[in-house]
Design a protein around this ligand. Sequence first.
Ligand code: ATP
Ligand code: MG
Length: 393
Amino acid sequence: MYKAFLIKYAEIGVKGNNKRVFEDALVNEVKRALKKITGEFKVIRHEGRIYAQCLSEYDYDEVVTALKRVFGIAWICPVVQIEDNGFDDLANQVINYLDKAYKNKNLTFKVNARRTRKNYPMNSMEINMELGGRILDAFPEMKVDVHKPEVLLQVEIRGDVINIYSIEVPGPGGMPIGTAGKAMLLLSGGIDSPVAGYMVAKRGVQIEATYFHAPPYTSERAKQKVIDLAKIVSKYSGPITLNVVNFTDIQMAIYEKCPHDELTIIMRRYMMKIAEDLGKMSGCQGLVTGESIGQVASQTMASLYCTNEVCTMPVFRPVIGFDKQEIIDISEKIGSYETSIQPFEDCCTIFVAKHPVTKPNLNVIKQHETNLDGVIEELYKTAIETTEKIVIE
Ligand code: ATP
Ligand code: MG
């Protein structure tokens, strides 16, 4: 019944010329999303609006599901588009539309007509009144409710097309990917970091990811789990290059030479540093982690202070103020939760001390890190050089 979807967008970041950049990016993202599903679609901008036109048979739910993942979309409106063949024809088409769209007519409604073309022979109020009357004649069960209608029938009289729609499916909001630069996500196999990646991508940021793998202490299954999580995030963010860093030797060196209660902090400092170096090589302008204040010993303010200190890039922690349950709620919504809770060890758990410091002192940490001098440089270089890059589409 619908041959097009009207796509209403959310906020536009920076006004002015960037509006065009934003719209182009959104058109590209909509195209990318629809390419993955069955059917032939054409995505166009027309008179300041974005439409996905359906050129072949398609599955309605599949299209809506795909569009609900495109950041930048505020509303997805299946629309009937007609030409202007006079008011009688419009009224008939509207009645036809309502008849098909709503099996049960026991509904309240309101007509909301708008004209961008002001030379239409009736004004918006007249169209509302007249169409309302015709609808009541056609479907006596329907009733007008101007305050809280169950069906808000939109009739938009535009340049050379009239849009008729009443269904508005909420999109994810945010900004189209590609409008806000690129960031490096530290992606572990947990619940938090995929959510963090999703949240930054939602603001239009392209995501690259780094995973620290420590074979044989962490299994291939753990790595596969991270790949699976990256795949889930990429359904929203578009392709992700996943850097898999072999972290075993660095971790062992820290384990042998540094106090065990400081292991996690020192390891995390090296993770941040390596992720930043990899990020710099591929044009990232920030790091993203799934840290949340106080969740574990390595996420107290004192610990975050120590890990953050090695970074020169801004570090974004979108879930910093969230409780675990709030993060879980988002992970369920985006579909990563089930994968995140699979029981494969990620690299930290094996090297966790029984009583990790919760108030690390930066000077003490730095002092202990000097134990690594002469060994770490080569290991660091090798870790970067042997990083495996997996492109996840
Ligand atoms: P998550 O649920 O995201 O794994 P977590 O609660 O397990 O987080 P930590 O293990 O302290 O917390 O990790 C904090 C953050 O550090 C993670 O959200 C992630 O961004 C990063 N991180 C931790 N371990 C790794 C790893 N092996 N590879 C890449 N990033 C990691
Ligand atoms: Mg973790």
